[in-house]
Structure formats: C-alpha cells, structure tokens
Design a protein. Structure first.
Length: 233
C-alpha cells in the first residue's frame, strides 16, 4: 500500500532530521570547547570522548524508537488488512480522491494516522461516538472518537492551507463517519460522557441501530454524488 508507506517514510525522515540537528549541535559543542581551551589536544580528546558517548546513546535511542514504530506499523497494517471486506485498491482510490493531508489516511473502511511513535488504525465499523474537540486556546483541533472496545482516540486535524482548512477536514471526517455509521452519535453532550462511565453498552446499542454501510457501496455513492468534493468545503 503506497499511501500507507508514506507514514513509514515520514517517520524515518523525522528521525534523520533529529540526528542532523544533534550532529550540528555536537560539532558546535566540540568547536566551542576546543576554541576556548588552553590545552587543545587534551581537551579535544576529552570532548571527542564525551561527544562519542552522546552519539552512541542517541543512536541506541533512535534504533529503539524506530523499532517500536515499525512494530506498530506492521500491527496497524495487519489490523487494516483484517477489516471485513477490506480492499487495498479501494483504499488507495479513496485516499487519492479525498482531502490531501499527509497526517491522515481516510477511507470508508478506516482512518489511519500516526500518534507519537505509534500508527493508529480506527475501523469505522467500530465507531460509537464522535465529536469535534478543540483546545481551550483554539490552537489545535481533534476529532474525538469512542469505539465499541471503549477506547477513545483523538485524531489530529491538520492540513496545509493550500489544500484546505481544518474545519473543512473536520466536516469531511464527520460526514464520512455518519454515512458509514448512520446511528453513530455525532455530537458532544454531558449525558453521553456520563454514559461512557455508567452504561457504555447503551451507547454501543444506539450506534448499531442502523447498522454499518458496506464500503464498496459507499464508495460508489461518493463517486455518484461527488461527495469527495461536496463534503470538503
């Protein structure tokens, strides 16, 4: 899946950029220590030893972080492939037709994104409750999603200005979920939050009342009604 590989490529690029910054910092540190030294040879050797230790620690840390991400990536890919009725070709078509964002992969089967060093896959058939969640300062916008496993995810909503706005992307996501899960709860109320604690089974039953729409049929509806463009405005 070429679109899914973008996550792996972007994460590896981030690790590389981090190491580049560390390289520049350690070189600057070495130059500064040598230039201000009375005994350049002794202090230079000492600085090289310290910098080598720092680099070794960062290399080990980088390998650990990258390994954790790759394991998460494989697990997420397997989870995506195991969604009933999942089709790789349809997944790629929908991503190409949908909003252009590097942080999210949006399809009628699932929403995929990277959180920290973990790749998250949310099957839309499992969505129970979803609502837009903004920070108090209005700096960040997330889509909060509760699934039937009683797990809550915060999907980061970010998009380049040339490709659209965060509100446009939020609208697109919410419309997709409600078309896939017609009875899913699509708004925030304190009573729903209380139900999460006291009677989550009721929320699940409510979201299942009209079932889950087949992805192959839904893709055709998106094409026929031009929802890829109409829903993103």
């Amino acid at each position: 899946m070429p679109n899914l590989k973008k996550f792996r490529k972007n994460f590896s690029k981030t690790i590389f950029c981090l190491f580049f910054v560390i390289l520049v910092f350690t070189i600057s540190l070495f130059v500064a220590s040598v230039c201000n030294s009375e005994d350049i040879l002794v202090d230079g050797i000492f600085a090289i030893i310290i910098i080598s230790i720092i680099w070794l620690l960062f290399i080990i840390l980088g390998i650990i972080i990258l390994t954790i991400f790759l394991v998460s990536y494989k697990h997420g890919k397997d989870e995506l492939m195991n969604i009933p009725g999942f089709d790789v070709n349809r997944f790629n078509r929908e991503i190409e037709r949908g909003p252009k964002t590097q942080q999210l992969l949006i399809s009628t089967d699932a929403i995929c994104y990277v959180s920290g060093i973990e790749m998250i896959v949310i099957p839309l058939a499992d969505v129970v409750w979803v609502y837009q969640d903004a920070s108090a300062a209005g700096i960040t916008i997330n889509i909060a999603v509760w699934t039937r496993e009683k797990k809550m995810y915060l999907i980061p909503v970010a998009i380049k200005k040339k490709n659209g706005t965060r509100d446009m992307l939020c609208g697109y996501l919410l419309r997709l979920i409600v078309r896939k899960r017609p009875s899913a709860i699509i708004s925030y109320e304190d009573s729903y939050q209380q139900a999460v604690k006291d009677n989550f089974a009721w929320l699940v039953a409510k979201s299942d009342e009209q079932g889950t729409v087949d992805s192959a049929w839904l893709e055709q509806e998106y094409i026929r009604n031009n929802y890829y463009e109409k829903d993103f405005h």
